[in-house]
Design a protein around this ligand. Structure first.
Ligand code: NOJ
Length: 530
């Protein structure tokens, strides 16, 4: 292999599109109502048809499922209800044969309280694994060591009555935070990374990448003020000392040092909730020594508003420069599905949002079901399984309109309600050239075809109010009208290669581009061979 090819392979994630699979809800191969690894393998044809380059699997490791896999009891084995290591090997092999790489979720911030490290740690203050977790004495009045609060509510500290100290949990009390100041913890994770890379995974989505290391002095967080963003006010404090510490970068760089020589094509993709864009940008390090990809959450949570989205993308581009490569997403298992959350079920808006997502500089990450515009499912309180109530975006995939939705057998009760699979499903959209799923596929194919759309720089273009337009490199222009009014842009010439209204594909634009309400287009001035 020549140098150029090597570089191309090593940077596959830059040109590619990733697809997140919430494993329990994708495809159930053994009729127990829960999706599993063989189920994913059985649906690889769909992913190949769609054209994705890699899949990210939500946690597949052993867990009591207090937080659905994000509470790990064994980092090096598969949760039995999802399959076993052999099933993973098979999935990796079958996916590779279709040109699809497999990333898994890595949860280094905390383990389950049923992990043997923690079971041992709480036996005594001198236990072998005691210092693998964050322990501190009560304050004089017996209250927690500082004012940190858990993301899930309440104090981030739990008193361990047997040993008389509190342990830290930034999430559930059954998710004790690991102590990343401890060299043994670092060493243990080096081995965990190697274990999975040896099995052929192409990399990791790193859970809570922004929070791994805590302030060594456990200082109090400053209180929220009335003018702070909603997320800060909700917690009542700025997470200055328990999240986004500069020391987290050491750990992420260490992951990179382990992974790079070992798996030169590997990718580290961080869950990076940062309070500002400067701190977000820092997760790329020098561009060569830290995360390959970092999730841009301001974009994911923004309304479908031209000014807001343009502002976020411009700020991101300015902060990360040429070195950083964001991961853009609109849906996931925490924030729910964009067709509901952002587009309120409106098909035109869903198409426009999808076109924009797939035309940014960076790697788009689709959430399973995004390709058909799957909405959130209403999940009644009595049917909820998640402690934080995020179930609506986690319900099973709609493969067809039959009972069981193609997810499971007709007579099997799925672990979460199916929702209305007759409205939108894979089978129904597959042979409809005007469907959202065909648009998804064709947008992915166009990224592959046009190098500028795939890799080139981003530059905003002047545009009328309600419209967001940008260039990608020399030859591609993207414009989305995110308003109810028709709009026109001057100075754009080329061929419409993809429009949310498919009828416009192939149309030549001389100089003036008109757009209907919520219409988006990708125009290329590059010569086409066909
Ligand atoms: C982020 C994960 O995406 C979320 O589902 C989980 O609850 C927390 N991290 C804790 O692991």
């Amino acid at each position: 292999m020549g140098d150029a090819e090597q570089t191309g392979a090593a940077r596959w994630w830059r040109g590619g599109v990733l697809y997140q699979i919430y494993v329990r809800s994708f495809a159930d191969s053994n009729a127990d109502g829960v999706g599993d690894l063989p189920g994913i393998t059985s649906r690889l044809d769909h992913l190949q048809w769609l054209g994705v380059d890699g899949i990210w699997l939500s946690p597949i490791t052993v867990s009591p499922d207090d937080d659905w896999g994000y509470d790990v009891a064994d980092y090096c084995d598969v949760q039995p209800v999802l399959g076993d290591l052999h099933d993973l090997d098979e999935l990796i092999t079958q996916a590779r044969a279709r040109g699809i790489r497999v990333l898994i979720d890595l949860v280094p911030n905390h383990s389950s309280d049923r992990h043997h490290w923690f079971v041992d740690a709480r036996t005594s203050r001198r236990a072998r694994h005691r210092e693998w977790y964050v322990w501190a004495d009560p304050r004089e009045d017996g209250s927690p060591p500082n004012n940190w609060v858990s993301i899930f509510g309440g104090p981030a500290w739990e008193l361990d009555t047997k040993t008389g100290q509190y342990y830290l949990h930034n999430f559930l009390s059954s998710q004790p935070d690991l102590n990343w100041w401890n060299e043994e913890v670092r060493g243990a994770f080096d081995e965990i990374l190697r274990f999975w890379l040896d099995r052929g995974v192409a990399g990791f989505r790193i859970d809570v990448a922004h929070g791994i290391v805590k302030d060594a002095e456990l200082r109090d967080n400053p209180p929220a003020g009335p003018d702070d963003p909603e997320a800060v006010r909700r917690l009542g404090q700025h997470q200055v000392y328990n999240m986004n510490r500069v020391e987290a970068h050491d750990v992420l760089c260490r992951f990179r040092r382990v992974s790079d020589p070992y798996a030169p094509n590997g990718v580290l993709m961080g869950e990076t909730w940062a309070p500002d864009i400067t701190r977000f940008a820092a997760y790329f390090g020098t561009g060569e020594d830290e995360l390959h990809l970092a999730f841009n959450f301001p974009y994911a949570l923004a309304p479908l508003d031209a000014g807001e989205l343009r502002g976020i993308v411009e700020a991101t581009e300015a902060a990360i420069g040429a070195i950083g490569w964001p991961a853009w997403t609109l849906s996931n298992h925490d924030i729910g599905r964009f067709p509901s959350r952002v587009c309120k079920g409106d098909e035109k808006k869903t198409r426009a949002a999808l076109l924009a997502l797939l035309a940014l500089r960076g790697t788009p990450v689709l959430y399973f079901g995004d390709e058909i515009g799957m909405p959130d499912t209403a999940v009644g309180v009595e049917q909820r399984r998640d402690p934080a109530g995020r179930d609506g975006g986690r319900t099973p995939m709609h493969w067809n309109a039959e009972a069981g939705a193609g997810f499971t057998e007709p007579d099997v009760e799925p672990w979460l309600p199916l929702g209305d699979a007759s409205a939108r499903n894979v089978e129904g959209q597959r042979h409809d050239a005007r469907s959202l799923m065909s648009l998804s596929r064709d947008l992915i194919a166009l990224r592959r075809e046009l190098p500028d759309l795939r890799e080139a720089s981003y530059a905003s273009l002047p545009s009328p109010s309600g419209v967001w337009a940008w260039r990608r490199g020399e030859s591609v222009t993207v414009a989305v009208n995110l308003s109810e009014q028709t709009a026109a842009l001057e100075g754009i010439a080329g061929e419409i290669r993809m429009g949310t209204e498919r009828a416009r594909n192939g149309e030549r634009v001389g100089d003036r581009l008109s757009l209907g309400p919520w219409e988006g287009v990708i125009v290329s001035s590059a010569r086409t061979t066909s």
